[in-house]
Design a binder for this molecule. Sequence first.
Ligand code: CP
Length: 317
Amino acid sequence: MKHFTNVKDLGNLELALKEAFEIKNDRFKFSGLGKNKTLLMIFFNSSLRTRLSTQKAAMNLGMNTMVLDINQGAWKLETERGVVMDGDKPEHILEAIPVMGSYCDVIGVRAFATFEDKEHDYKETIISQFIKYSGKPVFSMEGATRHPLQSFADLITIEEFKTKPRPKVVLTWAPHPKALPQAVANSFAEWMNETDYDFVITHPHGYELDPQFVGKAKVEYDQRKAFEGADFIYAKNWSAFEDPNYGQVLSVDRDWTVDTEKMALTNNAYFMHCLPVRRNMIVTDDVIESDRSIVIPEAANREISAQVVLKRILESL
Ligand code: CP
């Protein structure tokens, strides 16, 4: 595998899951694979889980790691070609990328949607530039439209906890005070559409996701109805996708918060969230602290998803 930005890059998901569980069983089995290879992780945005889990996965494979926070200590980067650089950005990304590529063997990039230009976001302009100009394999640590390492970890987690071959999985929008990208929701939907799970998306009117990600999912605007019989509840906030409201918060209606009363409608469902989560906005304390909350094993599986991806990239060098 040369680059990893979406579910298709992983190929057969059953094989990928088999590899994930093999690694989970012995995460140091391939510890010689990354000898003398360097991973550079580039963050345009903050992170806790992605930063630590990806670094740990690389270390399990014997790699060296370097981390660069673009907005803390690095030069501010201009990303648009043709701009007269007389502002506060002293370096252009078109020089910075090949320079960064010259110091490493594999590059991970986190670059969220900026909401300034929907086309710029949905073309994944930053990650695409790294793929084009770095000369190195590139993987997404969350782009403008997808978070594939998270979605892969989510899939591993559902496979571990499911008690029937075809569980009902519900992706529910939940309120948040700030405008968040659609990336986690898009990506989760994209990965769920690759399974034969009974997959339902529920959100208020105005929060429709890009149809390319919704795929064959059932969209149910009544959250309580969507929860009926669910085996997994995956909560996430996202901002509006459709024009003219792209990137806007249309509602902070706490009637959409996941609480004990709504979880009682489910088939004793597990609660999932990618974290970080705003308690008592997205989910109540009671639900996230309950024995049906699997947010911690879900986060722990980020190490495994990253290790499968890095292993495959290393095998292709
Ligand atoms: N879920 C996730 O990607 O967490 P971080 O933003 O902390 O990396």
